[in-house]
Write a protein that binds this ligand. Structure first.
Ligand code: ADP
Length: 398
């Protein structure tokens, strides 16, 4: 069975065709500048690039080109579109409606529309992508896999804010969490690697990329996570501030004469390691600037590491201990220095990093010492495979 995984943004679209017989990716691609001049599709098969530069006015145009690229005679990987058994769509927000992935039907589409108010930037392009695929592949089953779903298992004490209760009832203001597909994938994978049933494990997963979040996973279920009502809460990120005193919002609105929307942009796009360092939102640039003696870059990374460390401590307390810590995503998979800095001082919890074992990047490996009671792993995330697996399970049961 071959499954197409689609992740649709407002002007871009990522895709992968996955062969479920071997869980391997046959082709990966990215369409950029949809609806803007200079539309471009880049597909990679076995490391070889195939580029199509052609105007794409809509997501439907983009999907059409994706399907053409997949069946293209020399650069494609399948003979006909009919080989695609199902499509798995990444959807950011499922609200309280979905704790699991779901077969897309009219009712699901209606629920996705209702969630637009919770994810005004992300859900609309996800919906557009689904509609575009449905128009071109009307008989192919489609599955929605939600970023929020895994965290629906959080208990109310973890997801409620101490605001007037009516705001939760009226507007759904509560913590939802994101990156659920990644936290679920790496927690299931690390349980496999250590050879223990996930139901017997306490795991802290650290998804450290441009967007970053930690999760506390007990008995295979998310019991807490650092992102909240929106992806702004929690860790310091590339351009997002993460946790701050909420009273700062009206204060800067007044002091800097900004509108609410401008403060929102400031916290989402101009803060984080970018805002602190003044250098870049990219952690590689921050590390480079530190090597050149840039003190604010050093400060930005220190604040970032300290926040992750605090969340690991908090989640260990929330679960009454932890057996495993997992690092994943761009920085988590690639930066030995960040992994070491985050774990430094956690020896009291039984966390000891082996510097030599930790000296690598981008692979699945144990990085703690033999006598570390908490095992620390790097597990490269694979959200696309998780989406494909969910899609297969749902389609198999039809
Ligand atoms: P997202 O999916 O949220 O955009 P990624 O998981 O792709 O994020 O992570 C991107 C981040 O990972 C970037 O800030 C990048 O600098 C960082 N990163 C990637 N490779 C390295 C590396 N070798 N060393 C340090 N940081 C890295």
């Amino acid at each position: 069975m071959k499954i197409l995984v689609v992740n649709c943004g407002s002007s871009s679209l990522k895709y992968q065709l996955i062969d479920m017989a071997k869980d391997n990716s046959l082709a990966q691609g990215l369409v950029e500048r949809i609806g803007i001049e200079g539309s471009i599709l880049t597909q990679k098969v076995n490391g070889e690039k195939y580029i199509v530069e052609q105007p794409m006015e809509s997501h439907q145009d983009a999907i059409k080109l994706v399907l053409e690229a997949l069946v293209e005679e020399t650069h494609g990987v399948i003979k006909s579109m009919d080989e695609i058994s199902a499509v798995g769509h990444r959807v950011v927000h499922g609200g309280e409606n979905y704790a699991e992935s779901v077969l897309i039907d009219d009712e699901v589409m209606k629920a996705l529309e209702e969630c637009v108010k919770l994810a005004p930037l992300h859900n609309p392009p996800n919906i557009t992508g689904i509609n575009a695929c449905k128009a071109l592949m009307p008989n192919t089953p489609m599955v929605a896999v939600f970023d929020t779903a895994f965290h629906q298992s959080m208990p109310d004490k973890a997801y409620m804010y101490a605001l007037p209760y009516e705001l939760y009832e009226k507007h759904g203001i509560r913590r939802y969490g994101m990156h659920g597909t990644s936290h679920r994938y790496v927690s299931q994978r690390v349980a496999e690697v250590v050879g223990k049933p996930i139901e017997e494990l306490k795991i802290v997963t650290c998804h450290l990329g441009n967007g970053a979040s930690c999760a506390a996973i007990q008995n295979g279920k998310s019991v807490d996570t650092s992102m909240g009502f929106t992806p702004l809460e929690g860790l310091v990120m590339g351009t997002r501030c993460g946790d701050i005193d909420p009273a700062i919002v009206p204060f800067i609105q007044k002091a800097e004469n900004l509108t609410a929307a401008e403060v929102d942009t400031l916290m989402n796009k101009k803060s984080g390691v970018f805002g602190l360092s003044g250098v870049s939102s990219d952690f590689r640039d921050i590390e480079g600037a530190i090597e050149n003696g840039n003190d604010r870059a050093r400060l930005a990374l220190d604040v970032f590491h300290y926040r992750v460390k605090k969340y690991i401590g908090a989640y260990t307390a929330a679960m009454g201990g932890t057996d495993l810590i997992v690092f994943t995503a761009g920085l988590g998979e690639n930066s030995k220095d960040s992994r070491e800095a985050v774990c430094e001082g956690l020896e009291y919890l039984g966390v000891k990093i082996d510097k030599e074992k930790n000296n690598f990047r981008g692979e699945e490996r144990l990085i703690s010492t033999d006598d570390s009671t908490v095992k620390v792993f790097v597990i490269p995330t694979n959200e696309e495979l998780m989406i494909a697996k969910d899609t297969k399970a749902i389609v198999d049961a039809l």
